[in-house]
Design a protein around this ligand. Structure first.
Ligand code: TRP
Length: 445
């Protein structure tokens, strides 16, 4: 077992770095936009607090008490209660699947960083064509940028927990926050700002559909990096005596705040220039660049800052998606970190290449399975199935399989009995029930 430990800030920033990702700056705003704004935002906030946070604390608990990789953590804790539960830790391998498409999107962002130095597309239509041409036509370019994103991620993880992961987060997270603060104040000078606030914080309940509810629950998992042992793995490196409940609150708070701030910034520009908020996944890659075009040279600067922030958010998350599998290989097979990463790299490289090609016109048909391209399939299988399943397993495991007294003995150091009971009730009943409902709906309706 590696004995490296984060510093106190190091852990909070690393966990926040994992949580704050494409989910916050790309996914959350477009989901809020598609689901009518305020009401969705409120439901999302509620699910983060009621479901996300309690599973987050459960993951921290498991990592902190065992100080083992995810697979071993389940085996150790399930030892007496036995059998089937000891296999639950294999959820760490979900990371390989997520990483394969996540690094491709980071690659797109790198391309848009470069684009920020040239003339931005003059209209949303032109921006849409540009984005479409990249995704469906230019596999070589995408492949090149995917490589950069991927090797960068691997290089950081190869340097280890302290010199790689902690250091990168200590640098990139404050920079990311600074950029967002600047963009936030800059957006305040636009008249769209007020409309943006109204859109995001004034709930119009009739706009809420059943599907928005499900999306909000699903996103609560994704945005907090839950359901595959990422938080568990980071928690193995917690410094001694750390108040794990407080740290979890901080991370969830930072994560939520950044999603909201990103949303406010993006919708300020969207409303200022009279665009629709409901553009969908293209909101950041299609609507924004065209809007930035209207700002002249300043638009190029804002575009650059925005995509750099997005890239930082993405890289600190990508790193956290690799680490659980890496730590498992290192622990279990006494492998050198570099060797573990080479094995992971080979798999991600193959899957990533398939994902890139699956979006192209020329090769898409060869990489389509069950009616979905490899890229969409990896996204769907991991985000809609494996992560919620993993989260539910963690909740049930801590809630029912481990003895209550054992959990209480550890957690009562950080929680009042009232809070403990609330948390325990959530992981036993609320979280599993919510996940079950989401999954059944996503899979069958
Ligand atoms: N939370 C990140 C985001 O919002 C993504 C992420 C990082 C993640 N690590 C994870 C998602 C582990 C699920 C599991 O973009």
């Amino acid at each position: 077992m590696e004995k490296a430990r984060f510093s106190r800030v190091g852990f909070i920033l690393a966990a926040a770095g994992s949580a704050v990702g494409l989910g916050n700056i790309w996914k959350f705003p477009y989901m809020a936009g598609q689901n009518g704004g305020g009401a969705f935002v409120l439901i999302y906030l509620l699910t983060v607090v009621l479901i996300g946070l309690s599973i987050f604390i459960a993951e921290v608990y498991m990592g902190r008490t065992t100080r083992e990789d995810g697979v071993t953590a389940f085996e150790t804790l399930a030892a007496r209660n036995g059998h089937i539960w000891k296999y639950a830790g294999f959820m760490v391998f979900t990371g390989v699947l997520i990483l394969s498409f996540y690094t491709i999107v980071i690659g797109w962002i790198f391309k848009y960083i470069i684009l920020s130095f040239s003339t931005l597309p003059i209209s949303v239509g032109a921006a849409g064509k540009l984005f479409g041409a990249m995704v469906s036509g230019d596999w070589e370019g995408q492949f090149a940028f995917f490589n950069i994103a991927f090797f960068l991620t691997m290089w950081i993880v190869a340097r280890g927990v302290k010199r790689g992961i902690e250091r990168v987060n200590l640098i990139l997270m404050p920079l990311l926050i600074l950029i967002l603060i600047f963009l936030f104040f800059y957006s305040m000078t636009y008249t769209g700002f007020e409309k943006s606030l109204t859109f995001l914080f004034y709930p119009e309940w009739d706009k809420l559909t059943q599907s928005s509810l499900l999306q909000a629950v699903g996103h609560a998992f994704f945005t907090l990096s839950l359901g595959m042992g990422t938080i568990m793995t980071y928690a193995t490196s917690l410094p001694k005596g750390e108040n794990i409940v407080k740290s979890s609150f901080y991370v969830a708070f930072i994560d939520t705040l950044i999603a909201l701030v990103a949303g406010i910034i993006i919708f300020t520009f969207v409303f200022h220039f009279g665009e629709k908020p409901s553009q969908g996944p293209g909101l950041v890659f299609i609507s924004l660049p065209a809007l930035f075009h209207h700002m002249g040279v300043m638009g190029n600067v804002i575009s650059l800052l925005f995509f750099v922030a997005l890239a930082f958010a993405g890289i600190t998350s990508a790193v956290s998606i690799v680490e659980p599998t890496a730590l498992f290989f290192i622990n279990r097979f006494k492998m050198a970190r570099s060797k573990a990463l080479i094995i992971i790299a080979v798999i991600v490289y193959i899957l990533g290449t398939m994902a890139v090609l699956s979006n192209t016109k020329a090769y898409g048909a060869h990489f389509t399975y069950f009616g979905k391209g490899a890229f969409d399939l990896m996204d769907f299988v991991s985000a809609a199935i494996l992560l919620p399943l993993g989260g539910m397993i963690i909740a049930i495991f801590v809630g029912f399989v481990i003895e209550r007294d054992k959990v209480h003995a550890t957690m009562s150091k950080y929680m009042s009995d009232r809070l403990f009971n609330l948390w325990y009730f959530s992981i036993r009943y609320i979280a599993p029930a919510a996940v079950m409902i989401v999954m059944i709906n996503k899979l069958f309706f």
